[in-house]
Every structure is written in C-alpha cells, then in structure tokens.
Write a protein that binds this ligand. Structure first.
Ligand code: F6P
Length: 619
C-alpha cells in the first residue's frame, strides 16, 4: 500500500498500475481500460490466473494516491461522506415505510445484485417485524435473473416507465441506480425521471468511473447522453437532492467485464451503506467509523477467500477441462449462495459466447427462495429450470465423467440433504467439488468429508454483533463465493482461449455498449482507425464484404439486432483486419483454429503486418 495511507488495512494491496497515470488509454473510462496487471492473462496457468485476479480484486480496497491522478477511492473521505449522507436518507425511508420506498435498479449483474440486496434488507426488516421497504428493478424483467437479456439495457424510456410503475402511490422514494460503467441508458432514463420529480424522488447513482468518463454518445432516440444525465445529477449534490457514489476500483481483470470487480464493489459499497443505515436506526449514529468497521470485514473476506487459492486453481482447471471436452459446470447452491451461482453462470453467455447449457446454476427451493416479483418462471423453458429438483430430474440423468458439479453451502444448511445429493452425483461423475462455509468452531461431518474429494473450506470468525451486524457473515459468504466463481469461470474461459491478452474477444454484441466495446477492442488490437474498424465490424456482422448504403445508414440498434443471429463476429473482424483478408477467409481460419486466441495470435505474427496501438504501447 502506498500514498498517504490513512486506514489500517486487512490486506496489502499491490502497487498501482500505470492505469492511474494521466494518458494511460486516455480515451477510455476506467471500467473499459485494460488492467496493466493482467496484460498477459491469456498466458497464465491456473495458479497464476488466480493470483492475478486476486490482485485485481484487492484493488477495490486501494486508497487514493495524491501523487497520481486524483481518483476517489472507496476509502476516500468524500466517498465515505456521501455514503454516510445517503445512509441518513435511507433512515428517513425506514421511519415511514408505508409511503416510502428504496428502489435498487440495474442491468445484467447489476440488476441481479439489486434483487439480492433488496431481498437481504427486506429479510432483515422482516426479522425485526418491520415493514419491508426495498424493491428491485432489472432491465429485461425477472427473465434476466436466469438468462441474459442485454438489449433492454439500451432503453431509457422503459427504465423510467418501470420505475414509475413500482413507485405508484409512494411519497418518498430513494432511488439507487447501479451502472458500473456509468453507461446504461436504462439507468439514465430512471435518473432523468427522478430529477424531473424531485418532490418524491431522491436519485443516487452508483458506478465506478468519474463523471467525466461517463458514456458520452447520445442515447439513440433520446435527448441526452449518460454523461449529461450524470452531470445534471452532480449539480444536485450540494443541495443533497441527488448523490453520486463512484469510487474508482481500477480496471477489470478481464477488460470491461463489469460483473467482476464492478459487481463486487457494488455489493460492498451498498451493503455497507445500508447496514449502517439500519444500525443507525437503532440509535447508533452514522459515522465514518461505522462504515470503516464494515468495509474492513470485506477486506478480511478477500483474505479468507484467497487463502484457498490452490484449491480455487484446481477447480478452475477442472472446469476448463470439462468445457474443453464439451462437458459442463453445474453449480448447485443453497440459499442466496445459489443465486450467486446463477448470477455467475448467466454472465458466461454474453461474455464468452457460451451456450446457456455450458455453465448452469441451481438453487434450493428454486424461485421460491429467490423471492422474485414474477414468481415461478420455469414454464418459460428449460433455461428457466433452476431448482435442485429440476437438476436431479432433468439434468442429472445425462451427467457424465466430462462434467463438473460444484456444491456450495454453509454448515448451517441441511447436511443430510447435501449428503444424499452428493451420493446421486457421484454415481454419474467423480468430478464433484465443494465450497463449504463454516463459522469458527463448526466442522464438516466426517461422513460428508469422506465422500467429497475436493473441498474449498472457508471458516468465518464468529461476529458478536447485534442483529443487523449478524448479516455481515451472510454478506461475506456471498461475496467470497462470488469472488471464487468469477475467478473460476473467467479463468476457465481464458484457458479455453476466449481471451486475448486481457481482452474478451468473443462476446455477444447485443447492446450498444457492447457494439462500441467491440470497435474499441478492434482498434486496440489492430491499431487501425475507428472508421476502418467500424467498417470491418459491420462486414463481419452482415457477412458482406461490400457494405450497402442501407447498411451504412442503419442505426446502432439495427446493427445490434443483426449481430444477434451471428456468432464469432468480433474474432472474424479482428483476424480479417490483421491479415487484410476477406470476412469469409477469416471465418474459415477461425473455424479451423484450435481456439479464438490462437487464431488471433497467429494473425498478429503475419509478416508485414502494421503494428497495432496495443503492440507499441505495452509490449
Ligand atoms: O451489457 C452486459 C453487461 O456488461 C453485463 O456484463 C453487466 O453486468 C451489465 O452490462 C451492466 O453493466 P453496468 O453495471 O456497467 O451498467
């Protein structure tokens, strides 16, 4: 830890990378920059992958450094102060639950976290026999809990409508819009709606870029860009009519994959803030000390989690082997740990063009445990079957030695039921692994220990805290599970050749952010102009070498729609640009390559190729 260190830390965070220096990938927001630490992620073995992603996660807790560009961090005074201010406003809602509401909203992982958090704090209130006053919104509705519905993220009007609907009749609404990249139009629409009705709404934006780096292109079919909305919100800060919580947590280990650090930081920041608000309700004043006390428990969780690095690496290796053999990873979790598993599995689809069957999550009790607004969705199709019973009935019969099954539970869960499930799974595959959370003094029964070859055991200290504080352990276990799963699946897909350097190079282009990300990755890997990269990307999307006027005049939303039915759009464009070959040529090269990564790597070394921006800048 460097700089003007103010707080006693639980973990030592690595030295700052050069992403903090002026000029480093200047045109990109922090959330889209490539992390200097993981520049060679694609060459790492499983142990190195765990170590690199562990260090990236540790950056969440890094303090600001006055010698470098002044980014506010989680521990910055201004951030802690805003957290405290928002916590006080949450208390006002808690005092009048009948006509007040805290609404959490997000897209993709941010939306799933909104659901998880709303349920946690409603559960906390119910346990105290108080009225629940949290609710969640996710773009794409409840279908997005278990499937990826990226396109609704682009709709600001829909965001505003949904917000208005859930808040009908309320007099005081604290709205928390989560967009890690300060980028989602859906959230921009909701913030804009709040700012037009400040008599009822208090808008709070949560994300991990400075406002000056918020997404700046005008949202199609709307009046503003995300940045303009964020700038308007910023002007409300002094009068406390709106807040922005946006500490920098550093670039993602896999560039742009905001489900990882962005998601974890969202959970840490909001759970801390809301817990303090609830504690304060029981007459403990909101102080920086209260916030720090809770933040440190998350730092400890990082330490406890990664003390199991060796076993996490083994699980990653096993998962990669299963995926390589066209097998699957099935994640079966108990309680909210099941939801964390589902969250991780779903994101593999848009991030790595995975088939939805490749990595799947299941939860005890299915939708009943998730407590989602729209109830049981299993009739919508096999993708929506998420209970352990569904797994046993529909999936287990076809499980084989090529598959990996991961069970995630705490020692407070029904161990008999777990033992029975383990026995059933073992009849099909020996690749069974476990993440088991215990409280100090609790031990896994020998009968279970003997039957499971590999156990990631995490022991959490007993916390002698009042009721609200007891939730800390639940939050630690969820975050720890999230860290492990993010690392395992991102690492496994890296080993499968879905990452080049630290760029995702085979993601689904199914919203405008992802369209722009694709162009940006193309530019960074090939060094070609923005215009040329866009042109080749369109050639790849439409499978045509010559672009018609009609295609050229199509909106980005139109291109996104066309991209939905294509696979390998970005890799085809990258190889085509690197080799100056046709789209068809490029596609057949990729199809005959060992992996996407190897196709790109061999194209990088084509004689006479112009060196790319990334080549000259970083290698
Ligand atoms: O568009 C896909 C995605 O990047 C998801 O991976 C992510 O969880 C979601 O968008 C939300 O991103 P953000 O929180 O930055 O708006």
């Amino acid at each position: 830890m460097r700089g003007t260190r103010k707080y006693q830390h639980v973990i030592e965070t690595p030295d700052p990378g050069k992403w903090e220096l002026a000029g480093y990938e200047e045109s990109l927001p922090i959330s889209e920059k490539s992390n200097p630490m993981t520049r060679e992620l694609d060459k790492a073995d499983p142990s190195q992958l765990v170590q690199l992603l562990r260090d990236c996660d540790a950056e969440i807790f890094q303090e600001e450094d006055e010698n470098l560009i002044h980014y506010h961090r989680l521990y910055s005074e201004s951030v802690l102060k805003t957290m405290g201010d928002v916590a006080k406003r949450v208390q006002e809602v808690l005092k009048n639950p009948d006509d007040s509401l805290v609404v959490l909203s997000g897209c993709g992982t941010s939306g799933r976290l909104a659901l998880l958090l709303a349920n946690s704090f409603n559960g906390l209130l119910k346990g105290l026999h108080k009225t629940p006053c949290y609710c969640y919104i996710m773009s794409g509705g409840d279908r997005s809990i278990v499937t990826s519905q990226e396109s609704s993220e682009d709709n600001p009007q829909l965001g505003a409508q949904e917000l208005e609907k859930v808040c009908e009749g309320k007099k005081n609404v604290l709205f928390i819009g989560i967009s890690c990249g300060l980028s989602a139009p859906f959230i921009a629409g909701q913030l804009d709606f709040c700012m037009r009705h400040l008599d009822v709404y208090l808008p709070v934006l949560v994300g991990f870029n400075p406002v000056s780096m918020a997404r700046n292109e005008r949202i199609e079919g709307w009046h503003s860009s995300f940045r303009q909305v964020a700038e308007r919100l910023q002007t409300l800060h002094d009068s406390q009519k709106g807040f922005i919580l946006n500490p920098a947590v550093g670039p993602e280990g896999v560039s742009g994959s905001s489900r990882m650090k962005g998601g974890s930081a969202t959970k840490i920041l909001l759970e801390t803030l809301l817990l303090v608000a609830h504690k304060a309700e029981s007459n403990v004043p909101v102080t920086e000390k209260c916030l720090l006390e809770i933040l440190r428990t998350y730092e400890r969780a990082h330490k406890v989690t990664y003390s199991q690095s060796k076993k996490i690496a083994a699980l990653m290796k096993q998962t990669a082997t299963s995926l390589q053999k066209k097998g699957h990873l099935y994640i079966l979790g108990w309680g909210t740990l099941g939801l964390v598993g589902i969250m991780d599995a779903v994101e593999c689809v848009p991030t790595y063009q995975a088939d939805w069957r490749d990595v799947r999550g299941f939860i005890t009790g299915g939708y009943h445990s998730i407590e989602n607004k729209e109830g049981d969705l299993s009739s919508l199709g096999p993708q929506f079957s998420i209970s352990h019973e569904d797994f046993v009935k529909n999936v287990l019969p076809s499980v084989s030695e090529t598959d990996t099954v991961l069970l995630i539970f705490t020692l407070d869960d029904d161990l008999n039921q777990i033992e029975k499930l383990v026995a059933l799974v073992k009849e099909k595959t020996s690749n069974i692994q476990v993440i088991c959370h215990a409280t100090a003094g609790q031990y896994l029964p020998n009968s279970l220990k003997k039957t499971i070859p590999s156990i990631i055991g995490l022991t959490w200290p007993i916390l002698f805290l009042e009721y609200e504080g007891a939730f800390i352990q639940k939050f630690q276990r969820e975050l720890s599970t999230k860290w492990i799963l993010d690392t395992v699946t991102s690492g496994a897909y890296t080993l499968r050749g879905k990452i080049f350097r630290n760029f995702m190079v085979d993601f689904k282009i199914n919203n405008s952010k992802l369209f722009h990300r694709a162009t940006s990755v193309l530019q960074r890997l090939t060094g070609q102009s923005h215009q040329r990269c866009t042109e080749v990307l369109l050639q790849s999307i439409y499978g045509e070498q010559t672009l018609s006027e009609q295609i050229r005049n199509t909106t980005i939303a139109g291109h996104v729609e066309a991209a939905a039915s294509q696979d390998k759009v970005l890799p085809v464009a990258i190889v085509s640009l690197l080799r100056s070959c046709t789209i068809q040529d490029s596609r057949s090269r990729i199809n005959s390559s060992l992996s996407i990564r190897s196709a790109i790597e061999s194209s990088m070394n084509v004689p006479g190729r112009k060196r790319g921006a990334e080549d000259s800048e970083s290698r």
